[in-house]
Design a protein around this ligand. Structure first.
Ligand SMILES: [Zn+2]
Length: 483
């Protein structure tokens, strides 16, 4: 269906990839397909147990002495579908739909993230007429769940010391930096005891939520922080014993439920106090989360097993003190965030408490520093934590030959220097640069939108410009050394 679009080879391989099921953790088939590609094109390759695959495309004539270049993308995709759509990501091919200039899928994610990057790499390897140095093509698995595939790959196999990541950036806007992350989990099983009184249930909803990294600068409401603030204030003046907490598992928490028990005589004053406190808090979010609202309901105690007042306050203080938001900005360009943190989930059910918190930082030393401070704050409240996942950031290199190369080629083709984008999200370049510190990297990808949602789309008319740019970049020789 895409055979009439240019560049033909890109769209040929794109369509092939969309026919192969490849949700994260199920990369077997797509990796088999890539292995078949390497074999049928006579490329040497290495496939590991985690289904990462590295292929080598030899230098073309005249490029034998140019330094090799790594191109990298990921093979898994986010499997999201609309509620009323009958689709099985484990076996069904993606159903492509073209609307004007947009390529999308019928009711599901398209997977252009990162079929877009993979198709560019396959199309280059499949175009013997294109001049280029030795290319290493690395396709990774399990990217979408915390960059776990690349962390299992033996990066010492990579010979290149310059690379293009094809999973970030967009047309006319290349990526030069990304954040690392540390995901921390606090878990505790509390002693509970029967409690008499009135159970109050709070439903906080209507917050916009959003991506924990890419939208953290928007100062959106975190339902966990707001409920923490309310509960601390109530618990300072009244008895309060927590029964349950729950949030959707979503990055920025736009909603949350809580229930707790108060003494019967205090129920009415507490309800009034909650409403008054929330009215104050709501004013802080008139611009960012205008629809945020709170409901509070009283019901008789049915299952009345609750935490002690002390433990309830420990939990409330934790939710209040560990803030979702940006923590450190770049001095020269304050729109660049260097450190942030986010509460991603809070649950308390049947006395089991779990609190998920992620620190993002471009520099590793910031990540360590903030991780240490987090441990200390938790210690003061008598909690401990474990680190569930951690991967390094990709700090912008002050003198990047790759950025200079792309700037130069882009200016020659389009007449101006592309934008440079700092991503406050995790990109696999961080892991590669962590393993190979001298790696010089940039990210560039054809423009797409709404990744990870059924509204995901690829802009068809941007691919030819992208193709011209990347094929010109790989064809560019090093400037001759003056003697
Ligand atoms: Zn991606």
């Amino acid at each position: 269906m895409l055979e009439h679009y240019e560049p033909m080879k890109f769209f040929y391989w794109f369509e092939k990839i969309t026919q192969i099921p490849r949700p994260t953790f199920h990369e077997e088939k797509i990796c088999d397909f890539l292995e078949g590609f390497a074999q049928s094109h006579g490329l040497t390759y290495y496939r590991d147990e985690a289904n990462n695959i590295l292929m080598r495309v030899p230098a073309t004539t005249g490029y034998e002495h140019e330094p090799p270049m790594l191109l990298q993308s990921h093979m898994d995709m986010v499997a999201e579908q609309e509620d009323d759509v009958d689709f099985n990501f484990m076996k069904d091919p993606i159903r492509l739909v073209i609307t004007g200039n947009e390529l999308h899928a019928k009711g599901t994610t398209l997977g252009a993230d990162d079929a877009g990057g993979m198709s560019v790499m396959l199309a280059i390897a499949d175009s013997p007429e294109l001049p280029h140095p030795e290319l290493e093509l690395l396709f990774t698995s399990q990217e979408e769940v915390g960059l776990t595939g690349i962390q299992k790959f033996d990066c010492s196999l990579i010979r290149s010391r310059r690379m293009i990541n094809l999973d970030c950036g967009r047309m006319h806007n290349i990526s030069v930096s990304s954040a690392g992350a540390m995901t921390c989990v606090v878990e505790e099983t509390f002693q509970t005891a029967a409690a008499d009184g009135v159970m109050l249930s709070i439903k906080l909803a209507g917050g916009i939520g959003g991506h924990a990294g890419l939208e953290i600068h928007k100062n959106r409401a975190c339902a966990g922080n707001i409920l923490g603030e309310i509960l601390v204030e109530i618990g300072n003046a009244h008895t309060l014993r927590l029964v349950s907490l729950d949030t959707p598992r979503r990055p920025i928490l736009g909603e949350m439920n809580a229930s707790f028990i108060v003494e019967k005589a205090q129920a009415d004053p507490v309800v009034r106090a909650v409403k008054a406190t929330f009215a104050q808090i709501k004013k802080r979010y008139v611009h960012t989360d205008p629809a945020i609202h709170l409901e509070i309901m009283a019901e008789p105690c049915m299952h009345s097993k609750a935490l002690s007042q002390d433990d309830s306050m420990r939990v409330a203080k934790l939710m209040y003190l560990l803030r979702t938001g940006a923590k450190k900005h770049d001095g020269e360009n304050p729109s660049i965030i260097l450190v942030s943190s986010v509460i991603t989930a809070v649950t308390l059910a049947d006395s089991n408490f779990r609190f998920d918190y992620t620190i993002r930082a471009v520099e590793d030393r910031d990540k360590q520093l903030h991780g240490g401070l987090l441990r200390e704050i938790l210690g003061l409240l008598n909690f401990s934590m474990r680190i569930e996942k951690s991967y390094p950031g990709w700090p912008k290199s002050p003198q990047s030959d790759m950025v200079a190369l792309i700037d130069k080629v882009h200016e020659r083709i389009f007449g101006y220097i592309p934008g440079h984008q700092y991503i406050h999200g995790g990109i696999e370049v961080g892991v590669i640069v962590g393993a190979i510190p001298e790696m010089d990297a940039v990210g560039m990808l054809p423009s797409m939108a709404n990744a990870h949602t059924p509204q995901e789309l690829l802009y068809l008319d941007q691919v030819p410009d992208y193709w011209q740019l990347i094929t010109s970049v790989i064809a560019e020789k090093r400037a001759p050394v003056r003697g």
